[in-house]
Design a protein around this ligand. Structure first.
Ligand code: HEC
Length: 208
C-alpha cells in the first residue's frame, strides 16, 4: 500500500470514529432532552383525568406561598397598623441595631460597618425621598429585599418589622424635627448655641 493511500484510509477511520462518537453523544443529548417526565400542566394518559398535575391531598397546608401575614399593608400605604408606644420604639431600636445597623449605620446614614468594608452603601434614610416614602415601602423592603439588600422575612417577624420601621421614622425625625417640637429646656439650649435662624433649623442639624 502506498503511504498516500494509507493516509487516506487513516483519515477515513478517523472520520468514521468522529461520526460514531457524534452519534453516541447525540443519543445522550436526546435522552437528556427527552426525559420521561411530566412538565407543568402537560397532559398524561397515565391518570384517569388525563392530567399530569395531581390534585392536592385534602387538608394540605401551603408553605411559603401563602400570604399569612396579618400585618402586611400595600407598598404605597402610609397606614401604620400598630399603636406606637415607647416600649415598641425601644424594641424597634434594639432590632434595628441588630439587623439593620451593620449596613445602614446606627444613625441610618448608610455608613454601617459592612458598607464601610466594601458592601454597597445603602442610601441614607435622611433624604427627602425616604422621608416621604410611605411606611408600606419599608415593610416591603424588609420583607422582600431591595436591590443588593437581602430580605429579612425569615429573621424578623412582622411585628418586629413594624417596630423597626417606627424606629427608622424616629431616626428620620431626629434630624428633621421642627425646633418647636422640642421640650422648652432643649429649645433654650438650642437658641443659646446657635444663630437666631437656628431656631427654625432641624434639631439634629443644630446639634452638630
Ligand atoms: C447587608 C446589608 C444590609 C442590611 C443588613 C440591611 N440593608 Fe437595607 N439596604 C442595603 C443596601 C445595599 C441598600 C441599597 C440597595 C440597592 O439600591 O441596590 C438598602 C436599601 C434599603 C432601603 C432603601 C430602599 C429605597 O427605596 O431606596 C431601605 C428602606 C432599607 N434598606 C431598609 C432596611 C432595614 C429596615 C433593614 C433592617 C431590617 C435593612 N435595610 C438591613 C443593605 C442592607
Amino acid at each position: 500500500m502506498s503511504s498516500a493511500r494509507r493516509q487516506d484510509r487513516l483519515r477515513g477511520f478517523a472520520l468514521a470514529g468522529a461520526f460514531a462518537s457524534l452519534l453516541v453523544l447525540g443519543g445522550c443529548a436526546q435522552d437528556m432532552a427527552r426525559q420521561p417526565k411530566a412538565k407543568p400542566l402537560s397532559p398524561s394518559d397515565f391518570f384517569e383525568d388525563l392530567r399530569s398535575e395531581r390534585p392536592l391531598i385534602e387538608n394540605t397546608v401551603a408553605r411559603g406561598s401563602l400570604v399569612n401575614d396579618a400585618l402586611i399593608v400595600p407598598k404605597d400605604s402610609n397606614e401604620f397598623p400598630l399603636p406606637v408606644t415607647r416600649v415598641f420604639l425601644e424594641r424597634g431600636r434594639e432590632r434595628y441595631n441588630i439587623f439593620c445597623s451593620p449596613c445602614h449605620g446606627l444613625q441610618g446614614d448608610g455608613n454601617g460597618t459592612i458598607a464601610n468594608r466594601g458592601f454597597r452603601h445603602p442610601p441614607t434614610y435622611h433624604q427627602d425621598r425616604l422621608r416621604q416614602v410611605p411606611v408600606g415601602h419599608f415593610y416591603d423592603v424588609i420583607t422582600n429585599g431591595f436591590g443588593a439588600m437581602p430580605d429579612y422575612a425569615a429573621q424578623i417577624p412582622p411585628r418586629d418589622r413594624w417596630a423597626i420601621i417606627a424606629y427608622v421614622r424616629a431616626l428620620q425625625y431626629s434630624r428633621h424635627a421642627p425646633a418647636a417640637d422640642l421640650p422648652a429646656e432643649l429649645r433654650k439650649k438650642l437658641s443659646s448655641n446657635s444663630s437666631p435662624a437656628g431656631a427654625e433649623k432641624a434639631a439634629g442639624e443644630a446639634e452638630k
